[in-house]
Design a binder for this molecule. Sequence first.
Ligand code: ZN
Length: 80
Amino acid sequence: MSLFGPVPDAVDELICSSRGCRSDATWGLLWNNPKLHTPERRKVWLACDDHREHLSQYLGTRGFLQDVVPAAELEPATGS
Ligand SMILES: [Zn+2]
């Protein structure tokens, strides 16, 4: 755990965020919309290997994409 820098939102199931896809997510796309989010906030989209590129491009062309990390590194939500 890092004491500094942005902290990604917790994630529930590791399922791809692409519409209609129910594949296991292997990647976490960390993004931030500066009009909506504070600078250290990281929203998380999950992606399977097939959709990582598509979702990265979608966020990247809007200037929102900050980082892509293995899904295993993301903080799981504890059912609270
Ligand atoms: Zn997918």
